[in-house]
Ligand binder design. Structure first.
Ligand code: NAI
Length: 332
């Protein structure tokens, strides 16, 4: 039996979490969920959107499945997501984007992985007010974190049998910060001659991704570019509803979708649980429950390919719970 931390989050988080928990239950894998609340609702009761008990639970269980948590814009407290990644040193944010049979998109051969540095850059939260009209934000890039993420990306590429790795920066403009990141990438690349290493400016990357995404394989980049490019990549494969992600560190792993808490569709039984289901499949593989992972993946892909029961973001007219039930029906 596995004990896994479950953070249902807020917004659409509880709806998609309930769907995924039911799908996993139906696959008969033996998981005891250690449910931990975090986010907006918790602040009022506990004074902190990410209480220590949540971190302690993940430290104990080593693995978490996490639905999105809202970060109010400009309200002063730091994002739960950023804190979680930082406090558990989940330095690699791995976001695969692969076409799913049955979801119509302009391209049909996208299969790339964005590896995003997860602990520094402008997400380090070093901001200061100079005066009412001027604010500063520090872009923090260190050799240690850059080497570590590029090495992770190369190791990932090697393990997954991938051929090419692009490092995306703005080293032409941010000469010191992105320059350091790129220098580290060039150095690390020398240890992996079997993988083709390429450099690209992140703006050029965005253009090429929407014109010819199939030429990209593994991409590594600093935190902010990784955040933006992975949403772009999600758009290439059918949108945020189907985009999975994982935050990986040396000791812990937190599996969470790319998308946020989608307040616009909260509580309406409209959310697509595919992204969180794909995260759960990654999680099951991570804990070596490969058979359950395979079963759920087959059922999910069958449901989408058949196209009879789909949520609205996939041009269907079914609810979250109908979609969930169809996946459960398709479990063999
Ligand atoms: P969002 O990803 O929540 O929503 C963007 C658009 O995509 C909305 O129209 C939404 O309805 C749609 N969408 C997202 N997920 C969907 C799903 N599963 N099914 C169907 N449609 C879906 O991005 P937004 O609005 O920028 O952020 C909302 C909140 O989420 C913010 O407070 C943000 O800070 C937070 N957030 C949290 C993340 C996390 O917990 N890891 C990641 C990204 C944002």
């Amino acid at each position: 039996m596995h004990k896994i931390t479950l953070i249902k989050g807020d917004g659409i988080g509880p709806e998609i979490s309930d769907a995924v928990v039911k799908i996993i239950e139906a696959s008969k894998v033996d998981i005891e969920w250690d449910e931990q609340t975090a986010g907006l609702d918790v602040i009022e009761k506990e004074g902190d959107p990410l209480p220590k008990r949540v971190i302690d639970s993940i430290k104990k269980n080593k693995v978490a499945l996490k639905a999105p948590v809202t970060t109010p814009i400009g309200k002063g407290f730091r994002s739960v997501n950023v804190r979680l990644r930082k406090e558990l040193d989940l330095y690699a944010n791995v976001r695969p984007a692969k076409n799913i049979d049955g979801i119509k998109t302009p391209f049909n051969n996208v299969d790339l992985v964005v590896v995003r540095e997860n602990t520094e850059d402008v997400y380090a939260g070093i901001e200061e007010k100079i005066n009412d009209d001027t604010m500063h934000s520090i872009k923090l890039i260190t050799r240690g974190a850059s080497n570590r993420i590029v090495e992770y990306a190369f190791e990932y590429a090697k393990k997954m049998g991938r051929k090419t790795l692009h490092c995306a920066t703005k080293a032409n403009i941010c000469k010191l910060t992105d320059g350091l990141f790129l220098d580290c990438a060039r150095e690390v690349a020398k240890k992996y001659p079997e993988i083709e290493f390429r450099e690209i400016l992140v703006d050029a990357l965005c253009m090429q991704l929407v014109q010819n995404p199939n030429k990209f394989d593994v991409l590594v980049m600093p935190n902010l570019y990784g955040d933006i490019v992975s949403d772009l990549a999600a758009g290439l494969i059918g949108g945020l509803g189907v985009a999975q992600g994982a935050n990986i560190g040396r000791d812990y792993a937190v599996f969470e979708p790319v998308h946020g808490s989608a307040p616009d569709i909260k509580g309406r039984n409209l959310a697509n649980p595919t992204a969180l289901t794909l995260c759960a499949i990654q999680m099951l593989n991570h804990i070596n429950e490969k058979e359950a992972a395979r079963k759920i993946e087959n059922a999910l892909f069958k449901t989408i390919k058949e196209g009879k029961v789909l949520t609205q973001d996939l041009n269907g007219n079914s609810s979250t719970t109908q979609f969930r039930d169809e996946i459960i029906k398709n479990l063999e």
